[in-house]
Design a binder for this molecule. Structure first.
Ligand code: IPD
Ligand code: CA
Ligand code: CA
Ligand code: CA
Length: 262
């Protein structure tokens, strides 16, 4: 697999940030943890990693815009290209010493996500995808799973944190999913959930209220791995959305289950 110049820029930036995050992992007492709201944490590790990625991308591709979880939107002089950055996806896992978190970077060009990188630094798994060039995990081609029977499918999901107020709809949806599919996983990192669907490790995934930095890289991966990626309202997302993806049968079966609950 030959890495394109764009992919090299993205992976170099992500690797640089991963070195900072690996140093910070397990050092919670030095990370100045703040709550943005109930159950929603941020730390010095997140902001430091974001600064590193932004500086690296700015240097390599001056003028591109940014959509960043911690620093917000920065308009670029180049109106076609902007980066979507989640410097630490799975902050709650990270802060609790759970080795399941990642750095996620995607490029949006002319209103389409065209390239994505998700790096699980604790397990040294690099998931990459570029439009028309395939999706890979550590240089192995990714394909979504071939499972067609819902009763055999493993479904990924996100659980709304306490600040999102209990979410009665989510509980109904979970009930519908649990009675139709083999089992569910809540692993705590949306970008990795989506990358795992692309890798065939789970068959479908849904989560409400994701931001572009959580899902943009994964959207490229799912499509390049032969799956389907969309929103619960059926539109193609370039802003925050309720996300659903999977192998085609998994996505459709999950969509039907969620609809029966709503
Ligand atoms: C969160 C994680 C979590 C998901 C939340 C995200 P963060 O991202 O991906 O799994 O359920 O919706 O906000 O805040 O750790 O980057
Ligand atoms: Ca966060
Ligand atoms: Ca995130
Ligand atoms: Ca984050």
């Amino acid at each position: 697999m030959i890495r394109s110049p764009l992919m090299t820029v993205m992976t170099d930036a992500v690797m640089k940030a991963s070195r900072s995050l690996k140093r910070d992992f397990g050092e919670i007492e030095n990370l100045q943890v703040l709550a943005k709201g109930p159950g929603d944490f941020v730390s010095k590790a997140d902001t430091k990693a974001e600064e590193i990625i932004r500086a690296a991308l700015e240097k390599a591709r001056p003028g591109y815009g940014f959509v960043m979880e911690e620093s917000g939107v920065v308009q670029g002089t180049d109106e076609s290209n902007r980066w979507h950055i989640d410097p630490l996806d799975g902050t709650h896992n990270f802060l609790r010493g759970i080795p399941h978190w990642n750095i996620s970077v995607a490029l949006e060009r002319d209103n389409q996500f065209i390239a994505g990188v998700v790096y699980d630094a604790a397990k040294d798994e690099l998931f990459i995808a570029e439009k028309g060039k395939g999706a890979y995990v550590n240089n192995r081609r990714m394909r979504v799973s071939g499972r067609r029977e819902p009763a055999e499918m493993l479904i990924g999901m996100g659980v709304p944190h306490i600040g999102k107020g209990g979410h009665p709809l989510f509980l109904h949806e979970l009930g519908a999913v649990m009675t139709r599919f083999a089992n569910v996983r809540r692993m705590g990192s949306a970008a990795l959930d989506i990358a795992y669907v692309a890798a065939g490790r789970m068959d479908a995934y849904w989560e409400r209220g994701l931001n572009t930095w959580d899902f943009a890289a994964g959207a490229v991966m799912i499509r390049e791995a032969g799956g389907t990626f969309g929103t619960l309202d059926g539109k193609q997302p370039t802003s925050a959305k309720d996300i659903i993806c999977g192998n085609e049968v998994g996505e459709q079966s999950l969509r039907a289950a969620l609809k029966s609950a709503g």
